[in-house]
Design a protein around this ligand. Structure first.
Ligand code: ADP
Ligand code: ZN
Ligand code: ZN
Length: 743
């Protein structure tokens, strides 16, 4: 490479400004992205240090006016340099501009405004507090109970954190303030989102399995075996204790820790456990922090004031100087993949960051991704299993209900007879019920309610989606056929797109159980700020008997009074029209079933489906991950879907339909030329799943290859092509490596 693009200041304001320098001969072999270099700058050519962000053969200015790099500033790559190198890796792997990648990776510097902070403090003695606690418990005032229980633990807490994490309303805090139990104080300084915990940490002695895992991971780390570890363990099997033990060992060695937890699963209880164990060394970020607050937390990490960072995806880029461990809990969560460019995956990116700074990565899940489990089986990751719940708490039992039989028996309701009678029973016992409507497959797949047959693409083995009621389309390859009026399998006329929503379900349930108090939680009811929390709080508070909702209700929150979970139309997510549908279904069902029976009463999950024999449904009901994996990996191999191959998606969008059609056909031809002899398969162009958004038309290509490298090379060539080709300018092209959500 002849030239290096350099930024001289990595603060946000100037990130956009890169300067180009020539690489002197003696540095050509050594210079790498992320290195700090000394360069002449400006008219007087005073010297400045800057970071190399890109190496290129293409000059961007008049080459005769490009100055030369003077020297490398220091030999090692420092933290900032590492993050910049990570940005470069992200750009190359996932496709984006270098600037987008840098903005993802470097903390955004902004003037942190000194904001007033409110804190909630306990004003009565712990003894009195415990007396109140008992009263609240007796009266089933669970919101007050939660607040006071937390305050007994911590004495004082950040007001907003209390509201967010405990799902409280202002009135609960007010009430306790009126009762003289607590005081809300305004403080000027922003220190830590949670104040010091004074209670004694509950230290469990790890059981033998947990202990063996911890020791093995640490021993491997000492041997410089830096392969990531996957801890496969059902919920409640003690994974979090294992993470905490590993983190403690890491801190003892003078290193720092990052813990990624999906935001929806980052409950107050989880946060509290980390605080109790590690005290003020811990900090948390979440999406509700302002830019300034985020930056503040990142600075505290950079300067060594905190040593454990907990947060969602973006916490991965915490600028710890001496990072020792990255934990990724619930590693299967789709939220670990960014949905905007750069569409990076936090798991892969964590592994790359760990490689750069010699840290180790621990992944954990009850339902690992097929990708990770496959790597664990073939030795790329180390596999650890926690098969039992810690206190031998039983897993809920599941029953599968065949909706085809219900129809035959004359029951056309969305509630099977079995589910309805269990609901009656629970309502009578005043226990709570959750009804989960699997709406992931809302793209309008076409199925037969008499026999369960689903119409699939003959080329891609994914379901076809109904468009405007007239044609059925494959969103992978563009195949289409006219909509059917009769089931091609059994001839029944009960064929069509399943489209019941939570609102209809709620109405039906209300009609069947007029005296039951029904709450609904979906996109509509949670649109308002805090809508989500308010509904959950009301339900946790016992203000409703039945909670009807989408996937939102199956994650993160414990409702001990729930003893029945009904999954309506479990198959919907099976026919979402993408290759991950079975995996997502398994995960959702396993999680949904796990909602029942978290308290003392044993729980039961009813899984209603038109495809009772499908392996996702069978294995989820049996809570048998290995059996699921075996079926799923065979399918992926057969169809050459990830992890059996890599899939690079190309998203095209344009205001003019004709132009988009023309240019995507043009691109299709160019692709054939670019690929040459590489073993890459082109699928498409096809209409995107959502083929028009805000009057912008969208199309997709999928490029499939066993190895990733040829796809990365092809991506670079395409980026070049789109820069050069005038006619492609009105078309926006984005990349998605191994996509998770549809487009
Ligand atoms: P997971 O992260 O797999 O869901 P946790 O680590 O949260 O599991 O453990 C589930 C529960 O069991 C927690 O309340 C935790 O405090 C408790 N627990 C974990 N390990 C032990 C142990 N060795 N002895 C006693 N209790 C434990
Ligand atoms: Zn049929
Ligand atoms: Zn197809």
């Amino acid at each position: 490479m002849k030239y290096a693009n350099i930024i001289v200041d990595i603060s946000m304001e100037k990130l956009d400004k890169t300067f180009q320098y020539e690489i002197p001969e003696e540095l050509k072999d050594i210079l790498a992205v992320g290195m700090q270099v000394v360069v002449p700058f400006g008219k007087g050519s005073r010297t400045l240090t800057g970071y190399v962000i890109e190496l290129t053969d293409q000059w961007e200015y008049d080459p005769s006016r490009i100055k030369k790099i003077l020297q490398i500033a220091d030999k090692g790559i420092r933290l900032e340099g590492q993050l910049i190198a990570l940005a470069a890796w992200i750009r190359r792997t996932y496709g984006s501009t270098m600037n987008q990648a840098l903005k993802t990776v470097l903390p955004v510097r902004q003037k942190v405004q000194e904001k007033t902070r409110r804190r909630v403090m306990l004003t009565i003695s712990p003894k009195e507090a415990v007396e109140y606690l008992e009263i609240f418990q007796k009266k089933h005032q669970t919101a007050r109970f939660r607040l006071l229980a937390a305050l007994i633990d911590t004495k004082e807490m950040d007001y907003r954190l209390v509201m967010e994490q405990l799902h409280l309303t202002v009135s609960t805090v007010k009430k306790l303030e009126e009762m003289g139990i607590l005081r809300v104080e305004t403080a000027m300084v922003f220190r830590n989102p949670v104040k010091k915990i004074e209670s004694n940490p509950i230290l469990h002695r790890l059981n033998d399995t947990q202990q063996a895992i911890v020791e093995d991971i640490l021993a491997r780390n000492d041997r410089q075996d830096k392969r990531p570890s996957l801890v496969h363990g059902v919920t409640g099997s003690g994974k979090t204790e294992v993470y905490m033990e590993l983190i403690a060992a890491t801190l003892d060695r003078g290193q720092e820790a990052i813990v990624l937890i999906p935001e929806i699963a980052l409950t107050f209880q989880t946060a509290l456990r980390f605080y109790q164990r590690f005290g003020e060394q811990v900090t948390i970020i979440n999406s509700r922090l302002s830019q300034g607050e985020r930056y503040d937390q990142m600075e505290r990490a950079r300067t060594g004031q905190v040593k454990v960072m907990i947060g969602p995806r973006s916490a991965l880029f915490t600028p710890f100087q001496n990072l020792g461990i990255i934990v990724i809990d619930e590693e299967h969560e789709a939220s670990y993949k960014s949905e905007t460019a750069p569409r990076y995956h936090a798991r892969e990116t964590a592994i790359e960051r760990a490689r750069m700074c010699k840290a180790f990565v621990v992944l954990g899940s009850a339902t690992p991704t097929v990708e990770s489990y496959e790597k664990a089986l073939n030795g790329e990751y180390n596999l650890y299993e926690l098969k039992k719940r810690v206190l031998d708490k039983p897993l809920p039992v599941s029953e599968i209900i065949d909706l085809r039989e219900e129809l035959q028996a004359g029951n056309r309701s969305i509630l099977s007879d079995r589910l309805r009678s269990l609901m009656e029973d629970r309502l009578q016992k005043r226990q709570q019920i959750m009804l989960f409507l699997n709406r992931r497959g809302y793209a309008g797949f076409v199925s037969c309610r008499a026999c369960g047959h689903v119409i699939k693409c003959p080329h891609c083995d994914v379901s076809l989606a109904l468009h405007t009621g007239k044609r059925m389309v494959c969103h992978y390859c563009g195949y289409e056929e006219p909509a059917r009026e009769k089931c091609p399998s059994c001839g029944s006329g009960y064929i069509g797109a399943f489209r019941a929503g939570t609102q209809q379900v709620t109405e039906i349930v209300q009609r069947e159980f007029p005296s039951a108090r029904v709450l609904r939680m979906d996109m509509d009811t949670t649109k308002n700020k805090d809508g989500h929390e308010k509904i959950l709080e009301a339900f946790a508070d016992g203000q409703a008997d039945i909670l009807v909702g989408t996937q939102m209700i199956v994650k993160g929150h414990d409702f001990p009074e729930v003893t029945l979970v009904g999954v309506l139309a479990a198959d919907m997510s099976l026919y979402a029209g993408d290759y991950r549908a079975s995996e997502r279904t398994f995960q959702l069902l396993a999680q949904a079933a796990g909602r029942a029976g978290r308290g003392r009463e044993k729980g039961i999950a009813i899984i209603q489906t038109y495809s009772p024999a499908h392996y996702s449904i069978q294995t989820a009901a049996a809570q048998d991950y290995e059996a699921f994996f075996k079926e799923e990996i065979a399918y992926r191999r057969l169809m050459e879907y990830p992890p059996a191959a890599h899939l690079l998606a190309l998203y095209l969008s344009c205001r003019e339909k004709e132009l988009l059609d023309k240019e995507s056909n043009f691109l299709g031809k160019e692709l054939i030329g670019l690929i040459g002899k590489e073993p890459i398969r082109i699928i498409g162009p096809a209409d995107a799943h959502v083929s028009k958004v805000n009057d912008i038309y969208r199309k997709v290509f999928y490029l499939k290859c066993q190895d990733q490298e040829p796809l990365l090379v092809l991506k670079e060539q395409l980026e070049q092509l789109t820069k050069e080709k005038e006619s492609l300018k009105p078309v926006t092209i984005q990349f998605d490596m191994n996509p998770i959500s549809g487009y």
